[in-house]
Ligand binder design. Structure first.
Ligand code: SAH
Ligand code: SF4
Ligand code: F3S
Length: 478
């Protein structure tokens, strides 16, 4: 049993990051362990978590498990969790309660919890206290060891807990079962060293470790050869990419090299305003296959609150960066994340946030009420904003954000935009769906032969969170 430890997880050293090209080994006797059995993985977190799930699925299939379409038919259920806010926790514990009933009906059912919540001491303690029927718990650093963890729990018939709280290595030989045949997530870095005072990620994901460019480029080239049209470069702070490498190679260099592979679309998330350089803006401008879409979390419009959050930019420097991006990339769409009700946030501070939203007119924004995460500095700050006030601010913020989302979408009416058609629309099976270059969701009337292609779509109707359109001609993509 290896239990998580937040204090250990917080440590950062200058020790060299190990690149492991053979950490994932599956012993012959485990290759058929899942024969005739089905697995179900439920994902709660960010894109990184989703991508981890793609690794987990591939590992399980290497063990001969096959995917169940519904949880009720599975022999192994894994919950890949997120720790970012309290409500993420509540959802997971609610689900564990539901799964307990399934286990009562089928005692051979294996249940596991992994992802960022597994990295939290308090969660694992709760599992040991109240949820002993869980079979496995593993964290974000040892996914490659899943075959052995499953084998061990089957042997010992006890809850197997293996959570490593250390800075982390880079595992380069993990298999992946991608959800889409057309667009792919590509990790370019792991972890985070920014330690924003409210955030749990630096503790659950370890220190910032950039992958070496050659591995990333190889992965993208492979995707191109396999017909993929779009890659999204993933990291908590993609703009800081390369800062921890022993070569002079930064995000702008990586963007350029990835663009040169010839992939139709390059996206990247998330961009911390702190590390956004002029060179990056220049590179985005120079390569038409780097998408004009930037997620630029603001968090707060008050410099006082930003300082308490440890964000290391001010209201003014954010606006300056925003304006610079818009001047150079006028067609780009910019989205953001905002937290309301951070400790010490006064009505005046909140009004400054609204002011920045009005100035930037974001294409869309993810908005959150501050959620104290145990172990982070902000959790110890006096939480002096009442829940009523927080909800009220969130509502006012959302009203404003939605107004600007709709306005931004309205500028697309009757325009022709490039869309990567991904498949059928969830809401209306007679329609197809995809995203514009600027990351607008659009449902389109068109032929299914367009699925997997980038086509020109004329926008016919605007909604707050999506648009409707029709294909005007197949723009044959490479
Ligand atoms: N790395 C990204 C953010 C990743 S977390 C960045 O630095 O911009 C995604 C979003 O969740 C954050 O941008 C923030 O708005 C929100 N978030 C993170 N911790 C939170 C907390 N404790 N309470 C409320 N929202 C939080
Ligand atoms: Fe969290 Fe800040 Fe790192 Fe983003 S940059 S993951 S908000 S600590
Ligand atoms: Fe959640 Fe972990 Fe991502 S806390 S947001 S799943 S890095």
């Amino acid at each position: 049993m290896k239990l998580p430890n937040l204090l250990e997880a917080k440590k950062r050293s200058n020790e060299k990051v190990l690149i492991k090209t053979n950490a994932y080994i599956i012993e012959n006797n485990l290759k058929e362990l899942g024969l005739g059995k089905k697995y179900y993985v439920k994902t709660y977190g960010c894109q990184m978590n989703e991508h981890d799930t793609e690794n987990i699925k591939a590992i399980l299939e290497d063990m001969s498990f096959s995917e169940a379409l519904e949880m009720e038919n599975a022999d192994l259920i894994l919950l890949n969790t997120c720790a970012i806010r309290e409500n993420a926790h509540n959802k997971v514990f609610g689900m564990i309660g539901r799964i307990k009933n399934l286990k009562e009906k089928n005692p051979n059912l294996l249940i596991g919890l992994c992802g960022c919540m597994a990295q939290e001491e308090i969660v694992v303690k709760e599992i040991l206290d109240k949820y002993r029927f869980l079979d496995i718990v593993f964290g974000t650093h040892n996914i490659y060891n899943l075959p052995n963890i499953i084998a061990q729990t089957l042997k010992s018939k006890k809850t197997e807990i293996e959570v490593l709280s250390y800075e982390g290595d880079i595992v380069e030989n993990m298999p992946v079962k991608r959800d889409s045949k057309y667009k792919a997530w590509v990790n370019i870095m792991y972890g985070c060293d920014k330690f924003c005072t409210y955030c749990i990620v630096p503790y659950t994901r370890g220190k910032q470790r950039s992958r070496r460019p050659e591995y990333i480029i190889d992965e993208v080239k492979n995707l191109v050869n396999n017909g993929y049209k779009e890659v999204t470069l993933l990291g908590q702070n993609v703009n800081a990419y390369g800062k921890d490498l022993d070569i002079n190679y930064k995000m702008e260099n990586l963007l350029e090299d990835v663009a040169k592979t010839g992939i139709d679309r390059v996206r990247f998330v998330t961009s911390h305003p702190w590390d956004f350089t002029d060179n990056m803006i220049e590179t985005i401008k120079n390569y038409p296959n780097i998408m004009p879409y930037i997620h630029l979390p603001l968090q707060s419009g008050s410099s006082k609150i930003l300082k308490l959050m440890g964000r290391r930019y001010t209201k003014e420097s954010y606006l300056e960066l925003y304006n610079k991006i818009k001047e150079n990339l006028p067609y780009s769409s910019i989205t953001t994340d905002i937290i309301v009700g951070f400790p010490g946030e006064t009505e005046e501070d909140f009004l400054e946030t609204l002011e920045v939203v009005k100035a930037c007119k974001f294409d869309s924004a993810f908005t959150f009420i501050f959620s104290p995460r145990i172990g982070t500095p902000a959790a110890k700050m006096e939480d002096n904003v009442s829940l009523e006030e927080k909800s009220n601010r969130l509502q006012r913020l959302n009203d404003l954000v939605n107004k600007f989302s709709k306005e931004a979408n309205e500028t697309y009416l009757e325009k022709i935009v490039p869309v990567l058609i991904e498949g059928y629309s969830e809401k209306d099976n007679n329609k197809l769906m995809g995203y514009t270059d600027t990351m607008k969701l659009i449902n389109v009337v068109g032929n299914k032969t367009s699925i997997g292609k980038i086509v020109n779509v004329k926008v016919k109707e605007i909604k707050t969170w999506s648009m409707d359109g029709e294909i005007v001609n197949d723009r044959v993509s490479i």
